[in-house]
Design a protein around this ligand. Structure first.
Ligand SMILES: [Fe+2]
Length: 209
């Protein structure tokens, strides 16, 4: 498996292209802002787009989904049902996923971890030694919990779930805020929110809320 990080749009968002290097089947995680740039990358690498995956349904992570769905009627938008309230009714077809589901991309298995807190339907995707965390975990930070559907207690539990991954796992966040990538191990050591999440609920809530 290979992954390409594409920094797109005015809010330092990352879209990701993940692909099976043998079969050249690709997933786009968080299709947003500049679909032509994503498409150019797919064409340059001769990749067939098979999956559109959302970490969550905030507009800055999904606003190019319609472009791909309109072009290829075989595509669906993969997301957690708890974020449907953030989407208009006209984005379909949907493929609703839940915690522990496994998605197949050629020979690559993509595991779904439900990581609510920033939004109720936030998920992280684990594949090929990498985790794509959307707005749940950033390099040196975590997602906002003052938005509709946010839940700081749930975010703490989600950070603990991510902390349980191997320390070697490469972290690919949803925005370029303090850095573009890291590892789970480094974040457990250096990210104040990861540290407070492990320490106590009260201290985490004081820092995050
Ligand atoms: Fe978000």
């Amino acid at each position: 498996m290979k992954a390409e990080q594409l920094k797109l749009g005015p809010m330092d968002n990352f879209s990701y292209v993940v692909w099976d290097t043998h079969l050249r089947e690709a997933a786009v995680i968080d299709p947003a802002w500049q679909p032509k740039k994503i498409e150019d990358f797919l064409q340059k690498e001769k990749l067939a787009l098979k999956l559109l995956l959302l970490t969550h349904a905030h507009p800055d992570h999904v606003n190019a989904a319609r472009y791909f769905l309109d072009k290829d009627k075989a595509l669906t938008l993969t997301m957690h049902k708890n974020d449907l309230f953030l989407l208009g009714d006209d984005i379909k077809p949907l493929n609703l996923i839940k915690d522990n589901d496994e998605l197949v991309l050629g020979r690559v298995k993509i595991k779904v971890i439900h990581t609510p807190g920033h939004t109720p339907g936030s998920v992280s995707y684990v594949a090929g030694g990498c985790v794509f965390t959307g707005d749940t975990l950033f390099v040196g930070g975590c997602g906002r919990v003052d938005l509709p559907g946010s839940d700081p207690k749930a975010l703490r539990i989600s950070l603990l779930k991510l902390a349980a991954l191997s320390g070697e796992t490469t972290l690919y966040p949803g925005h370029s805020y303090n850095g573009n990538s890291s590892t789970i191990g480094v974040q457990k050591e250096c990210n104040i929110y990861m540290k407070l999440a492990a320490k106590s609920e009260a201290e985490f809530l004081k820092a995050a809320a």
